[in-house]
Ligand binder design. Structure first.
Ligand code: ADP
Ligand code: MG
Length: 690
C-alpha cells in the first residue's frame, strides 16, 4: 500500500474539517504534503539551561512542569492567562500564555516539556507565549529545540498539524523516484532526491536546507528546460498556416484607429505579420510595460489573419479581462472583425448574447474572426474552422500542449496556428536569453503619446489623514479608488484578514460615508465577479483587495491607487499596481502607504518608484538595491511559477539550460533516461491541468 497515496484526512489529528483546509492549499494526499514545501524555517535550536537565559533572547529550554494554572487577566476579564513554572535542574522559569486555557489539559504537573520562545523581563524573567511540546521518553523534538519548518496555513490548520502531516509524508519519501540522470547527480555533487525532500522540511542545520534547496531548484529548472527545449525542437519540425500580409486591410485598420501607433507598436506588428507569412510556426514574445498598447498589436495581427480567411483567438487570464478586451476591441473594429467573447459565464458575438451551442457553431463555421476567452476555449468541444493565430495574454504556462488543444476543424492540412505571447513582466535580458533561448522577442519600449505620469507619493503614518482627504476629494469628484493590501500573516494566505482589517478601519473612520467593496481569496467566483461588476458600473467608490485578486481590469474612472504596506512589495509589482490607474483622461495618483518605520534601503527603493514610471527600469533598480533575491516579490510568481526557484537563480538556471541542451542533443526522445522521460510526461499533464 502506497504511503504517499494516503489521503491526509486519515492522518492523526486531521479529520474532515482540517482536510478541507488542507485541500484549499492543494494538499489532499501525503504526496501533495511532501511537495508542499515550507516557505521558511525558524531556528529554535538555541537550547540552553534555564539558569543561562537572558532577556530578549529567543531560546529553547527543556524541563519539568512544576506548576501550571489558569487565571483571568487583571486588565481584561475575558482573557485567560496560563502560567507555568518549568525547572531543569539549573533553575526554574515562568512561562505565560494568553488565550490558551486548554493548555492546563495538555501540559500537566510533572510533564517533561520543551519550550521555545522569547524571554521577557517585565515581571522577572519569563517566556512569552512559547511554542511547547511534550517530550515523552524519546528525546526527539518536532516543534521546539530545532530548526522548525513554517508552512502556509489556512482555516483551522496549525503549524503543529501541518508538521505532523509533513512528517508522515516523509515516511513515504522512498516511493518517489529520483529521475535526475545519474551523470548530473554525480558531476554536480547533488544530494539524493530523498535527502533533499527530507531536509527541505526538517533540516538539522541550515546548511542541509540550503543544499536541499539547491537540488530541488535544479530539478525545477532542468525539467522546465527539458520540456521547453523539447517543445521548441518539435515545433521547428511542424508546419504552420502560411498567412500572407494583407497590407491594404491592415493599413486601413490602422488609419481607422482613434490614435497613432507608436513606432514600437509598428515595429512589433511588422515583425508579427512577417512571422505569420512563413510556414515555420511563429513563437514570439511581445513584451511591454503596462499601458504600452500590446492588445492593439494583437488585434491588428488578427485583422491580418482575417483578411485571408483565418480565425484568431486571444486567451486572457481572467473572465473580466476577456470581457473587457472584447468590449474595447469591438468598439474599435466592429466593422472589420466579428469579435466574440467566450468564457465560462459570458458568451457574446459582437454585442449579441448567444447560447453555448450557437457559439460553438459560429466558431466551427468560421463566422467568428476573433474570439477572446479564458481556458474555457481549450476544452475539447471547441472547434475552429481555420485557426491561424493564438495570442496569449499574461498567461505564462501556455505551451505546445495547449496549442494543440485549440483544434482546427479542417484537421492537419492547415498546419498549426502561430503563437504570440504577451507579457508586462519585465525580465532582465540576460535571463530572458537563458529562459527562452531562441524565442523571438519584440519589445514595446515606448508609451503612447499623451500618456500621463502618475504622481506617486510615499505616505507615512503621520501624513495619512492628508492623503485620505485627497482620496475623498477624488471620490467626491466622481472618481474611484483602488486599495491594495499585502499578505502579512502566513495564516492569511487568502488575504481575508488583511483586507478586512483595512476595510474596518476605513468604514469606521475616514471613509464612513462611501461605498466600499472588498475582494479576497475566500469569495466565490460569482461574488468576485459581482463586486467587480459593481465597481466597473461605478456603484462602488472604493475597492479594497489583495494582489492575489485580479485587478488587471481597465477602469479608466479610477484615479487613485492606495497601496497599504507598500514596503512589502517588489518594485516591479508596485509599478504594475500603479498601472491600474491613469488609464483615463484624469490626473491619477499612487499613494505608497508605509506600515511603520522602515529602513533607509526600503525608503530608497520606494523613492525609485516615486521617481520612475518605467517598469523595466524599476526591475533593474530592484535588482541593484536588493540583490537578485527579490526581483519579483513573493506573491508575484513571475513567468513560469516555479515553486522554489526564482529568476534570481540565474547561475543555476543557465546550468540547467546547458545540461538540458546536452541531453536533448544526445537523445531527443529521452529514451536513454526512462525515469526522466516519465517525469517529463507527468509534468506536461500537471501543466495541462492547471
Ligand atoms: P497593455 O500593454 O498594458 O496591455 P493596452 O493594450 O491595454 O496596454 O492599452 C492601454 C490603453 O492604451 C488602451 O486603452 C489602448 O486603447 C490605448 N492605446 C494603445 N495604443 C495606443 C496608442 N498608440 N496611442 C494612444 N493610445 C493607445
Ligand atoms: Mg494588457
Amino acid at each position: 500500500m502506497s504511503i504517499l497515496e494516503k489521503e491526509v484526512r486519515y492522518c492523526k489529528g486531521v479529520g474532515v474539517t482540517k482536510a478541507r483546509d488542507f485541500a484549499r492549499l492543494g494538499v489532499e494526499t501525503l504526496k501533495d504534503a511532501l511537495f508542499d514545501f515550507p516557505f521558511r524555517h525558524d531556528d529554535l535550536s538555541n537550547r540552553i539551561e534555564i539558569s543561562n537565559i537572558k532577556s530578549g533572547e529567543k531560546v529553547t529550554v527543556r524541563g519539568t512542569i512544576a506548576l501550571i494554572t489558569n487565571r483571568r487577566s487583571k486588565n481584561n476579564n475575558r482573557m485567560i492567562v496560563t502560567e507555568a513554572i518549568v525547572e531543569d535542574g539549573s533553575g526554574s522559569v515562568k512561562a505565560i500564555w494568553f488565550h490558551q486555557g486548554f493548555l492546563t489539559k495538555v501540559l500537566k504537573n510533572g510533564s517533561v516539556v520543551s519550550l521555545s520562545g522569547k524571554v521577557d523581563d517585565k515581571y522577572g524573567l519569563f517566556l512569552v507565549n512559547p511554542m511547547y511540546e511534550v517530550i515523552g521518553n524519546g528525546n526527539i523534538t518536532k516543534h521546539t529545540g530545532r530548526i522548525v519548518p513554517i508552512y502556509s496555513l489556512t482555516g483551522g490548520l496549525t503549524q503543529k498539524v501541518r508538521r505532523s502531516v509533513a512528517e508522515s509524508s516523509l515516511e513515504g519519501v522512498y516511493e518517489v523516484k529520483d529521475w535526475l540522470p545519474g551523470g548530473i547527480l554525480k558531476d554536480e555533487h547533488f544530494v539524493s532526491l530523498h535527502t533533499a525532500l527530507s531536509n527541505i522540511h526538517f533540516p538539522n542545520k541550515m546548511e542541509e536546507y540550503e543544499v536541499a534547496l539547491e537540488r530541488l531548484k535544479f530539478n525545477e529548472f532542468f525539467l522546465h528546460q527539458i520540456l521547453h527545449g523539447k517543445a521548441r525542437r518539435e515545433l521547428k519540425q511542424k508546419v504552420a498556416s502560411k498567412i500572407p500580409f494583407s497590407e491594404t486591410k491592415v493599413k486601413e485598420a490602422i488609419a481607422g484607429l482613434p490614435f497613432k501607433l507608436t513606432n514600437a507598436q509598428k515595429k512589433a506588428l511588422w515583425a508579427v505579420v512577417k512571422d505569420m507569412e512563413r510556414t515555420e510556426p511563429m513563437n514570439r514574445l511581445l513584451e511591454g510595460d503596462v499601458g504600452t498598447g500590446k492588445t492593439i498589436v494583437a488585434a491588428l495581427a488578427a485583422i491580418n489573419a482575417t483578411a485571408s480567411g483565418w480565425q484568431s483567438a486571444i486567451l486572457a487570464p481572467t473572465e473580466i479581462l476577456a470581457d473587457q478586451h472584447a468590449m474595447s476591441l469591438n468598439k474599435m473594429f466592429a466593422g472589420q472583425l466579428t469579435i466574440a467573447v467566450f468564457t465560462r459565464t459570458k458568451r457574446r458575438v459582437g454585442e449579441r448574447e448567444v447560447t453555448k451551442k450557437q457559439m460553438l457553431d459560429a466558431l466551427a463555421n468560421g463566422k467568428i474572426d476573433l474570439v477572446i476567452g479564458t481556458h474555457a476555449l481549450l476544452s475539447d468541444n471547441v472547434l475552429f474552422n481555420r485557426l491561424g493565430l493564438i495570442v496569449v495574454d499574461e498567461q505564462h504556462r501556455f505551451g505546445v500542449k495547449q496549442r494543440q488543444a485549440l483544434k482546427d476543424r479542417q484537421g492537419d492540412e492547415d498546419g498549426i496556428p502561430h503563437l504570440l505571447s504577451m507579457t508586462a513582466t519585465p525580465i532582465p535580458r540576460s535571463l530572458a536569453l537563458v529562459l527562452y533561448g531562441d524565442l523571438d522577442r519584440s519589445l514595446l519600449d515606448e508609451y503612447p503619446e499623451g500618456r500621463q505620469t502618475i504622481d506617486t507619493f510615499i505616505v507615512t503614518r503621520s501624513q495619512e489623514e492628508k492623503y485620505y482627504q485627497k482620496m475623498r476629494d477624488q471620490i467626491d469628484a466622481g472618481q474611484q479608488v483602488f486599495v491594495v493590501c499585502p499578505l502579512i500573516e502566513e495564516s492569511d494566505a487568502l488575504g481575508v484578514q488583511s483586507v478586512t482589517e483595512v476595510y474596518n478601519n476605513f468604514v469606521q473612520g475616514p471613509f464612513a460615508a462611501y461605498n466600499i467593496g472588498v475582494l479576497h481569496g475566500k469569495l466565490k467566483a460569482e461574488e468576485k465577479n459581482k463586486i467587480m461588476a459593481q465597481f466597473v458600473a461605478c456603484e462602488l467608490d472604493m475597492l479594497i483587495s489583495t494582489t492575489v485578486i485580479e485587478v488587471g481590469v481597465d477602469i479608466p474612472n479610477a484615479t487613485v491607487m492606495f497601496i497599504e504596506g507598500a514596503e512589502r512589495f517588489g518594485l516591479a509589482q508596485l509599478h504594475q499596481l500603479r498601472g491600474r490607474v491613469g488609464r483615463g483622461e484624469c490626473k491619477s495618483f499612487c499613494f505608497l502607504h508605509l506600515s511603520g518605520d522602515i529602513s533607509d534601503l526600503a525608503k530608497q527603493r520606494l523613492q525609485a518608484v516615486v521617481n520612475s514610471q518605467n517598469g523595466f527600469d524599476l526591475a533593474d533598480k530592484d535588482l541593484k538595491l536588493r540583490g537578485p533575491g527579490n526581483i519579483f516579490g513573493t506573491d508575484q510568481s513571475g513567468f513560469e511559477a516555479f515553486k522554489l526557484g526564482s529568476y534570481a537563480d540565474i547561475d543555476l538556471i543557465s546550468k540547467a539550460c546547458d545540461y538540458a541542451k546536452d541531453y536533448l542533443d544526445e537523445d531527443p526522445d529521452l529514451d536513454a533516461w526512462p525515469a526522466l522521460k516519465e517525469r517529463v510526461l507527468e509534468y506536461i499533464d500537471e501543466i495541462h491541468f492547471e
